[in-house]
Design a protein around this ligand. Structure first.
Ligand code: HPA
Ligand code: ZN
Length: 326
């Protein structure tokens, strides 16, 4: 299989990308140099050697450490703009981007600075290329509930447009039900709700995300395949899963791309989508993920077309825009 051929003009929505996970090693060094920040690595090669992860936590440690170079509204604008230009080149016409405000407020950077920068990026690259994007603020599940409540307060007070609330960071030991009150309040404020569940955690966390948090999509959700009743529920209610193949390989959720359960997922009738998660850390953007799948599974244009349509259907776009893209 030719793994480098272009993917055609299929319009994709990207629904699972952490904007801080698009921070490329070269950008880390550029920002550090500009701000006189001393990095604990001598050069890009030394940093790149640390991208050999053993599990989710080993990745998160580096992901949070590298964020120290993101400080100003301009930094967040540049981060968002670089991602949106790269995503557009990959065939993405709309992105729903995760951001982790608590990872920045803990360093003294207010939610309003982060959101202002990202909104400037969305406006600028949208005007340039036509790509659209929205923002989903994620709760760090390994931080106290009270920290999440205050993050939500400040995000809502900021007045910036927000598409939804999500749940991420270290999963095992932090079940979704811990954050019932935060999600209730976010949904009452009109936000969509999604949550990471079943990446390293059990199928029971996916049930909790659905039944306690009221999520409309599940991020990852790989472990749902362990539970036939859960598979039936996801398929019957058309709850999408936002799957991330290269992430799964690099965080050792699966041993290799050949074990990525694409066929099993598609055969269950669940609405599955393909996404990049943290593309600067896991070996690539949406097109790289699709090429990896095509290399492993000899995907025909029919499957790629289905994945593109699923991504549109699973998005939070207005019905008229979905119709235009389908
Ligand atoms: N899982 C959980 N939290 C995250 C991830 C992920 O893959 N990426 C960034 N935060
Ligand atoms: Zn993720």
């Amino acid at each position: 299989t030719d793994t480098t051929a272009p993917l055609g003009r299929l319009p994709f929505c990207e629904l699972h990308v952490h904007i801080e996970g698009t921070l490329e090693p070269a950008t880390i060094f550029e920002l550090a140099a500009a701000k006189d920040i001393r990095l604990p690595y001598a050069d890009e090669a030394e940093l790149a050697a640390l991208y050999d992860f053993s599990d989710l936590q080993s990745f998160l440690d580096l992901y949070y450490a590298n964020m120290q170079v993101l400080q100003t509204e301009d930094d967040f604008e540049a981060l968002g703009a670089a991602y949106l230009r790269r995503a557009g080149a990959a065939g993405v016409v709309h992105a729903e981007m995760f951001v982790d405000p608590q990872a920045h407020s803990v360093r003294g950077i207010p939610e309003s600075v982060v959101l202002a920068g990202l909104h400037r990026a969305i406006a600028a690259v949208g005007a340039e290329t036509g790509i659209t994007a929205s923002i989903i603020v994620c709760v760090l599940r390994d931080q106290p509930v009270d920290s999440a409540e205050r993050m939500l307060d400040r995000v809502l007070e900021s007045g910036f447009a927000i598409e939804g609330i999500g749940l991420d960071s270290a999963e095992v030991g932090y079940p979704p039900s811990l954050f019932r009150s935060v999600f209730e309040r976010a949904r009452a404020a009109g936000l969509h709700a999604v949550a990471h569940a079943g990446e390293e955690g059990p199928a029971s966390y996916v049930w909790e995300a659905l039944d306690v948090l009221g999520v409309e999509r599940v991020d990852h959700g790989n472990r749902a395949l362990d539970d036939a009743a859960l598979v039936a529920r996801l398929a019957a209610d058309r709850i999408p899963l936002t799957l991330c193949p290269l992430s799964n390989v690099r965080l050792r959720v699966i041993p290799s791309i050949a074990e990525f359960p694409l066929r099993r997922m598609l055969d269950t009738g669940i609405l599955v989508t393909i996404n990049s998660d943290d593309p600067a850390y896991f070996g690539g953007y949406l097109d790289d993920n699709l090429r990896a799948l095509r290399g492993a599974f000899d995907l025909g244009g029919d499957v790629l077309g289905l994945l593109a349509r699923n991504s549109v259907e699973a998005s939070f776009l207005a019905p008229a825009r979905k119709h235009a893209l389908l």
